[in-house]
Ligand binder design. Structure first.
Ligand code: GDP
Length: 691
């Protein structure tokens, strides 16, 4: 790759903003887009007079901060902000965004500090080795305390926070911060929404504090970052500001330290310094290790280095519909791609055409001709590609590690209030299920009700709100219920299904013979046709399959969907005149029901993988409570000052868990869960489920 190309990629930052709900993620994102916006000229620091004639809130309304990826520019760097969901219930969503971003800004509330949810997201980021910087927000609020939050980060997160600033003023008097690297004070001008700021000598009463915290930076770096340690040992005094910056960057990238900044996004203070830190300390795509994948045919492992010289490899991470149609957001890991080029999607073995490439900005979009390594862009023209698919050249294929979306485990009924709502709902459901691969819906065969299903209570709640509020559909919704399934106990052979009505006029005639057996694959029920000699003519085979699959999804015998079964059509009989699709479909349904009855059924329930994070003192109570919920504890590990309990718990036992966990731990413990598998329901619970 040419030096120019590499230098250009070095200026990219792909970041997510993560926070506890209400900590200020939205406000911080808006302010970032505001200060980086192209719509105004930045008044110089010395002038300190440039005024803005519009208000950030107003500007914010035009901003598409909910785009899956938004690009903005700061100090000649291109910052892509990737939307991360604020809810921990659907970790699949969080993890998917962690896959495509390189670094993150963790926003903390200066009053609330480290809250349960922050811990969860923090640990997830840790698991994926995502370097972070922290922004302690809301320092204008009564009760806020920068240093207390730092302490909580150490104690509760086991982090090594390294404040790069200390606040000037407290609560209502909060004005700005002392920059501990440059050792200057900065306050933000209120008249222009903090677009300009003034810098001056550190006030006398803050000097010794500033010295103390600067020394703290040096000590922590010397302890945790090799390059700084070496210099420090040789000659403490020779450490320059540049050495410290390099050390902070190295420490951040390796996850050994977390730089901390302070501010009040709402009062327009501190966001520019945060942007500086994003540029200075978070990784560029070239800092990332090669992305791993496999050859779609041979399965051999392949890697692609982050370089424009490598073959193109990208991951589609979000489908988002907007007024201009459907956009596929992708992260380019290697190589380049141009408008008009064809790409290969190995997940579905199809070629796709890149019709347009957009770079999405706050309130505009920019058509670009080429996307390169490290880019986050939205493309138009992909028909078969959905979230989690890889795009690559046909002659250099690679299958990037799939984003795995588990089967849905919880469902609820939704009933539109009027016919027009029904039509609207049908559209909304289609849009939402394309956008979110962890969401599904179907119409119940028996009741005609629309059933939506997802990954957890909160997930359904969010989806419900989007339908009712964002899309204005009037509907009644039922209570969320656990999704149970059934499977067969053993294989049975040669089960006959007959559907014969031949009393006068045009009759119905179909006979089929099937085998069924337990069978695990990525489909709930697999159908195989082994008909020889046309005993069931070819044209009726799809009707047989349809009869089997519809009956299976509506419940074999218990009313729960049938899974992990293979059905083989082995033989049959037909009539020249009276046979029809309907007759064969009905015969197949009869055969399947009979076969399932003979095989005997087992009920399956969703088992969740639960990770509970608790301070040590509550561990006993938390474990005891989990055991009473039929949990299987896998392991308990120490992570800094907290214990992480890894276990499996049936979803049916997890309703109301967040409230219990909060009360068991004075609000300090947190948990995440995600679907793991469907497993046997203990037979002593059958009665209540089948009643
Ligand atoms: P999110 O849920 O993390 O996206 O949080 P929001 O950005 O929506 O902020 C939640 C609330 O806190 C809103 O009412 C904001 O106006 C307010 N807020 C955000 N940042 C600050 C801040 O720095 N100071 C104060 N006082 N309020 C803030």
């Amino acid at each position: 790759m040419s030096e120019d190309a590499a230098a250009h990629i070095l200026t990219k930052r792909n970041i997510g903003i993560m926070a506890h709900i209400d900590a200020g993620k939205t406000t911080v994102s808006e302010r970032i887009l505001y200060y980086t916006g192209k719509g105004y000229k930045l008044g110089s620091v010395d002038e300190g007079t440039a005024t803005m004639d519009w208000d950030p809130e107003e500007q914010a309304r035009g901003i598409t901060i909910h785009a899956a990826g938004t690009t903005c520019y700061w100090r000649g760097h291109e910052i892509n902000i990737i939307d991360t969901p604020g809810h921990v219930d659907f970790t699949a969503e969080v993890e998917r965004s962690l896959r495509v971003l390189d670094g993150a800004v963790a926003v903390f509330c200066g009053v609330g500090g480290v809250q349960a949810q922050t811990e969860t997201v923090w640990h997830q980021a840790e698991k994926y080795h995502v370097p972070r910087i922290a922004f302690i927000n809301k320092l204008d609020r009564v009760g806020s305390d920068f240093f207390r939050v730092i302490e909580e980060m150490e104690k509760q997160l086991g982090a090594y926070p390294i404040p790069l600033q200390i606040p000037i003023g407290k609560e209502e008097g909060f004005k700005g911060a002392v920059d501990l690297l440059r050792m200057v004070a900065r306050t933000y001008n209120e008249e222009d929404n903090g677009v300009t700021f003034v810098e001056f000598e550190i006030p006398a009463e803050m000097k010794s504090d500033a010295e103390h915290w600067r020394e703290h930076i040096i000590e922590l770096l010397a302890e945790r970052v090799d390059s700084v340690m070496e210099k420090w040992v040789h000659d403490h005094k020779s450490l320059t500001e540049e050495d410290l910056r390099v050390g902070i960057r190295q420490g951040t990238l390796s996850g050994k330290i977390t730089p901390v900044l302070c501010g009040s996004a709402f009062r327009n203070k501190g966001v520019q310094a945060l942007l500086d830190a994003v540029v200075d300390y978070l990784p560029s795509p070239l800092d990332m290790p090669p992305v791993k994948g496999t050859h779609p045919k041979s399965g051999d492992e392949i890697t692609r280095k982050p370089s424009n010289d490598e073959p193109f490899a990208a991951l589609a991470f979000k489908i988002q519909a907007d007024q201009h149609g459907e956009l596929t957001f992708m992260r380019v890991y290697s190589g380049t791609i141009k408008t008009g080029e064809r790409v290969y999607n190995p997940n579905v073995d199809k070629k796709e055409m890149i019709q347009r490439i957009w770079r999405m900005h706050a309130n505009t979009r920019e058509k670009i001709e080429t996307a390169e390594t490290g880019d986050i862009v939205a493309v138009v023209g992909l028909k078969e590609t959905i979230t989690g698919h890889t795009l690559c050249p046909t002659h250099k294929p690679i299958l990037l590690e799939k984003l795995v979306f588990p089967q849905t485990v919880i469902h609820m009924a939704i009933e539109p209030k009027s016919t027009s709502d029904k039509d609207k709902l049908a559209n909304v459901l289609r849009v939402l299920s394309r956008e979110d691969p962890t969401f599904a819906w179907h119409v119940d065969g028996d009741t005609g009700q629309i059933i939506i299903s997802g990954m957890g209570e909160l997930h359904l709640e969010v989806l419900k709100n989007r339908m009712l509020r964002d899309f204005n559909v009037a509907a009644n919704v039922g209570k969320p219920k656990v999704t149970y399934k059934e499977t067969i106990k053993k294989a049975v052979k040669d089960v006959e299904g007959r559907f014969i009505r031949q009393t006068g006029g045009h009759g119905q005639y179909a006979v089929v013979f099937i085998d069924i057996e337990p069978f695990t694959s990525d489909q709930p029920v697999v159908f195989e046709n082994k008909i020889r000699h046309g005993t069931v003519p070819k044209e009726y085979i799809p009707a047989v399959e349809e009869g089997i699959l519809t009956t299976a999804s509506g419940g074999g015998t218990s009313g729960y969907p049938l899974v992990n079964v293979k059905v083989t059509l082995t033989d049959g009989k037909f009539h020249e005149v009276d046979s029809s699709d309907i007759a064969f479909s009905a015969a197949a349904a009869i055969a399947l029901r009979e076969a399932v009855q003979r095989a005997g059924i087992k009920l399956l329930e969703p088992l969740m993988r639960v990770e509970a994070v608790t301070p040590e003192e509550f561990m006993g109570d938390v474990i005891a409570d989990l055991m009473s919920r039929r949990a299987t504890i896998r392991e308990v590990v120490q992570r800094g000052p907290v214990r992480v309990i890894h276990c499996f718990v049936p979803l049916a036992e997890m309703f109301g868990y967040s409230t219990t966990l909060r009360s068991l731990s004075q609000g300090r413990a947190s948990y995440t869960m995600e679907p793991h598998d469907f497993v046997d329901v203990p037979p002593n619970l059958y009665d209540s489920l089948l009643a």
